[in-house]
Design a binder for this molecule. Structure first.
Ligand SMILES: [Mg+2]
Length: 182
């Protein structure tokens, strides 16, 4: 079975509601998504400190799941060798938070298939689904860029805008692979 590497933040888990709360507290008003179009929210002048919430205990434990992720990852898990690979070492409290979050929302994922890492370029596989161009650039297989505000300008990778598009992509992948075998 082909191996798919799946990222967590901004692919399975949505950090942006928490970023918006922190930004609103800093600014004293709500922030609109158009204000950080093309970049990360915390790259805006005056909002650099918003990123500090990533270092807080409990942050990664309470994130909402991105729509469609559970259903589609389950389908992929049954048809591919799926690994969840996430950058964790920068954030010491993220390990347990991310582990428990996966256990709650993706209970079908075996612990053998979860990789907490620093630099993702050590990872090998056939497909990688990630919102960071840098991670796809260091990957040996086919990169699928999961749309996020900060990657809207990128034209280099095959873009998937949501989990339905991921489902469609891999349904097609399976069809063409089966046709080659037959
Ligand atoms: Mg990510």
């Amino acid at each position: 079975m082909p191996r798919i590497i799946i990222d967590m933040d901004e692919v399975l888990a949505d950090n942006y509601p928490a970023f918006h709360r922190a930004a609103a507290a800093q600014l004293g008003r709500p922030l609109a998504p158009e204000e950080y179009r093309g970049k990360k929210l915390y790259e805006l002048p005056g909002l650099e400190k918003v990123r500090d919430i990533l270092y807080e205990k409990g942050h990664f434990r309470n994130l909402p799941v991105i729509e469609g992720a559970v259903e589609v990852v389950k389908e992929l898990y049954d048809n591919y060798e799926v690994f969840i690979v996430t950058t964790a070492t920068e954030f010491r409290y993220s390990f347990l938070d991310k582990y428990e979050w996966l256990e709650e929302h993706f209970p079908f994922i075996h612990y053998d298939r979860i990789v907490f890492c620093g630099d993702k370029s050590i990872v090998r596989g056939d497909f990688m689904i990630d919102d960071k161009v840098k991670n796809l650039a260091g990957f040996n297989g086919t990169g699928l860029l999961f749309t996020a505000s900060h990657n809207l300008a990128d034209q280099t990778y095959h873009r998937v805008n949501n989990w339905q598009e991921v489902r469609d992509y891999f349904a097609q992948e399976r069809r063409s692979r089966m046709a080659r075998i037959a």
